[in-house]
Design a protein around this ligand. Structure first.
Ligand SMILES: *Cc1c(COP(=O)(O)O)cnc(C)c1O
Length: 814
């Protein structure tokens, strides 16, 4: 793409403030975390429900970005860049993408439906790439923002596009249709996802079908309910398993490892084997076969290619590597678009200064190799990658394009040289196309630990954060509690993410937790709730902010602060309004005021209190009395000290139950980590942590035999018992054993039998389809931490924070 600002202004109907409208734009960005190529980037400051791109402009200017699409020019940056002012930046991005789309004229497949969009897209890409230069949506970029960004990846060399469109409410599809303008439509299926966003299922179907208003053909399952809504003028190409009048009639012939389908199409009958058994995968594969038939592929090609379909892995996984390395495992795809995304992701991982990329040949760029590898090299340079290890015949030919690059013909050659290559204290991005089998490299570089991990879904953290933000008044600030290692979910990684989301404050319990975060590079202000007198000095040194809850503590802190000649050092005053844990009471106020008056050593940044019963409406009257007392006591401090501090008292359940007491800030804790004590609210949160282990061994025992310490379980019949290497030393309570709790294997529940041991537990897997080495879910979606807590007569907080630090945390984004 090479357009100048002057070209773009009329397209997005902008008013230009600043000079330089001849600047050439070659990339578009909306995320401040992606590396910008400065000069030639146009940044769209998108205003989302929870995040405002305008906040990042100042920082981007320091990174060299000069052109912005905005709704208003923030005061601090006026005059420092060129601004295209529009009414709505998202609409501007969409208009621009729609215009950009109109510059190209090749077939475009548009996919929508409730499930399967991404898999169908990835599979089609795999199936058709031998014959086309394909541009497709990266990952699951199918939203109002994701679709325009995907479209803007098109270049002159592409000759087929595959884009997915996802909507969650009315009127969204019209906009996506204008941007994608598919010529071939696929409707995957209509399930119940996002029902709440539509007045009725009929409206939802009609809305989805709007993607197809100008297609040459629509591929779909012949279904009466849906077909009734399809405009009869649109040509359809249908399949069915029960309606012989469909264009392609499909029956299941056989299911084993491979599902054999018999297809009848134009009087011809043939069999295609799909290497999957589950219904969803089979339907996704059918949609792919339909596209191949429409494109006129022969039965033979369809059979061979479909037989090679593989499970789609969409996640970039962060793993611990050998010699203190961090690995980013993206060993499933290699194309230019996804390389960009992976490099962005790498940029966000700040664990190590040094960065290495291990990269295979790149496919389907639409460019010739010379151009392609020049661009790859540019991308790698601008991302400040220290070392490039290329693996593959083609990338080897372009070795000289990479500074500090070495190449190998294949993974075997790389393995031979492995001992000579040092990997140490660095982040390594492993990015390769499937055929290269980079999973072998991942396994060479991955730290060998025992197989129990707590997987943390960072997308879910963002989702939950936004959910609670949406409950706040626009001016209410947000402190997030990351005490106890982010409730067991990982302190630094969560804090890093929160910093990006521009929360206002972090809260920790002890000074050392705060010090660890500051040392790791977190810049957000951090309040320490239990500042021990012995840690005051360290608190000052690391610019942490103590919560002061007693006259004794205040005097001690003031004494030290005066010695160090501090001025206006931020402190937080805690008031006890009924929790009776920490805090000043009414009778302490005169002395507190006397001490704080007429001094400049400390500055009262905030006044807070904590509720004892915000989660339990039985105690509503008490909660309200706490709020009233807080109002009274804090107001007194405000008036008598003539100050305007931030006032705050709500935790997670307070945010939901007492919105009237938001004051200036709230303190979000457990909700961020995906747990609510309200069943309705729980449904709207996403699961953050999944504790996983594996089956070490499976044995068969006879009826009457016992399992484990103390013989607390006797088999009633011949039984299969799986041993799983996780026990109470990892945080799994003994009381979860002996038939109370269960683990989930392959989606099925297996009761824990006998007592949970220190490092192991045993589960009854009789009659279940499972093998040694298979993954076992200890908690996550099911059993949920909430369910576990109820059964164990405790609260989710205790379960989460009880997971031992010896359990590895693995972070991923979708
Ligand atoms: C832990 C804590 C919170 C957060 O509580 P959640 O119930 O996890 O939201 C808020 N305020 C204080 C003082 C806390 O100690």
């Amino acid at each position: 793409m090479t357009l100048t600002l002057r070209n773009i202004i009329p397209i997005i109907k902008a008013h230009c403030v600043g000079q330089n409208d001849v600047a050439v734009i070659d990339s578009i960005s909306i995320d401040s975390r992606s590396l910008q190529n400065g000069e030639n980037t146009l940044f769209f400051a998108i205003i989302g429900p929870n995040n405002d791109g305008h906040q990042y402009i100042e920082e981007l200017i320091t990174k060299g970005v000069r052109h912005f699409v905005v709704t208003h020019i923030p005061e601090a940056v006026a005059g420092h860049a060129t601004f295209l002012v529009v009414e709505n930046t998202l609409e501007a991005l969409q208009k621009f993408a729609a215009y950009y789309r109109s510059l190209f004229d090749f077939p475009i497949v548009g996919i929508t439906g409730s499930n399967g969009k991404t898999i169908i897209k990835e599979w089609l890409n795999f199936l058709l790439s031998p014959d086309y230069n394909i541009i497709r949506s990266p990952k699951s970029y199918n939203s109002q923002v994701g679709v325009p960004l995907s479209i803007l990846g098109i270049n002159e060399k592409h000759n087929l596009g595959i884009f997915e469109a996802g909507i969650s409410m009315m009127h969204e599809m019209e906009k996506l249709q204008k941007i994608i303008r598919p010529t071939i439509g696929i409707l995957s299926n209509i399930g119940s996802a996002h029902d709440e966003g539509f007045p009725s299922v009929a409206e939802k179907i009609k809305e989805k079908l709007k993607l197809f208003t100008s297609v040459n053909v629509l591929i779909l399952n012949k279904n009466k309910t849906i077909c009734a809504f399809v405009n009869p003028k649109i040509k359809t190409f249908t399949w069915s398993s029960d309606d012989k009048s469909a264009d392609v009639y499909i029956t299941k012939k056989n299911t084993g490892e491979v599902t054999e389908l018999q297809l009848t199409y134009r009087e011809d009958t043939f069999v295609v084997g799909i290497p999957f058994q589950d219904q969803a995968s089979v339907e996704n594969a059918i949609h792919c076969i339909m596209v191949m038939l429409y494109f006129g592929y022969s039965q033979k090609v369809i059979q061979t290619r479909i037989a090679q379909l593989y499970p789609v892995e969409m996640r970039l996984k962060v793993k611990n590597g050998i010699y203190n390395c961090t690995l980013i495992d993206d060993s499933y795809s290699s194309d230019f678009q996804s390389l960009k995304i992976a490099l962005d992701f790498l940029e966000n991982q700040k664990q190590h200064k040094k960065k290495t990329i291990i990269l295979s040949d790149i496919f389907q760029s639409g460019l010739n190799n010379e151009e392609l590898y020049s661009q790859v090299s540019q991308l790698i340079i601008s991302n400040k990658i220290n070392r490039v290890i290329g693996i593959g015949e083609t990338i080897s030919q372009f070795k000289n394009k990479f500074i500090n690059g070495i190449t190998f013909k294949n993974v075997t050659e790389f393995s031979k040289a492995f001992d000579q290559l040092t990997f140490e204290n660095e982040t390594i991005l492993i990015k390769g196309a499937r055929d290269f089998h980079f999973e072998e490299i991942v396994s060479m570089l991955e730290e060998k630990t025992h197989e129990t991990v707590l997987e943390i879904n960072l997308n879910a953290v963002s989702h939950n954060l936004n959910f609670f933000k949406s409950k706040l008044a626009p001016k209410t600030k947000l402190m997030v509690m990351v005490k106890a290692f982010g409730y067991g979910n990982g302190g630094f990684e969560i804090a890093k993410l929160l910093e990006h989301h521009k929360v206002d404050y972090l809260g920790v319990a002890f000074a050392d937790e705060g010090i660890a975060l500051k040392t790791a590079g977190i810049h957000l202000p951090i309040m320490v709730m239990n500042p021990e007198t012995t840690s005051f000095s360290a608190i000052i040194q690391h610019q942490l902010e103590p919560e002061i809850y007693s006259i004794k503590g205040l005097k001690a802190f003031l004494k030290l602060a005066e010695q160090k000649k501090l001025k206006n050092f931020p402190i937080h005053i805690k008031i006890d309004t009924g929790m009776h844990r920490l805090g000043f009471e009414e009778e302490n106020l005169p002395e507190l005021i006397a001490i704080l008056q007429n001094q400049e050593t400390v500055h009262i940044k905030s006044i807070l209190s904590h509720m004892a019963t915000s989660d339990d409406l039985q105690h509503d009257a008490f909660a309200k009395s706490q709020i009233a007392l807080f109002e009274q006591l804090s107001s007194r401090l405000l008036t008598e000290l003539q100050i305007k501090p931030i006032r705050h008292m709500l935790n997670t359940s307070g945010i939901s139950n007492y919105p009237e007491a938001q004051y200036d800030m709230v303190r979000l804790g457990i909700g961020l980590y995906g747990v609510s004590n309200d069943a309705e609210e729980q449904k709207q949160l996403e699961t953050v942590g999944t504790l996983k282990s594996v089956i070490s061994q499976i044995r068969t025992i006879d009826a009457g035999e016992s399992v484990g310490y103390g013989r607390r379980f006797f088999a009633e019949k011949t039984s299969q018992i799986a041993t799983i290497p996780i026990g109470y030393a990892d945080g799994i309570r003994r009381s979860w054993g002996n038939g109370v709790g269960y683990v989930v294997i392959n989606g099925k529940e297996a009761k824990i039998v006998g007592s949970v041991c220190m490092d192991m537990l045993m589960a009854d897997v009789t009659g279940m389809d499972c093998k040694e080495g298979q993954t076992v879910i200890i908690f996550g979606e099911n059993p949920s931490v909430n369910l576990m807590a109820k059964a164990l007569n405790t609260i989710p907080y205790e379960i989460l924070t009880g997971i031992s630090q010896r359990v590895k945390r693995v972070f991923f984004r979708e």
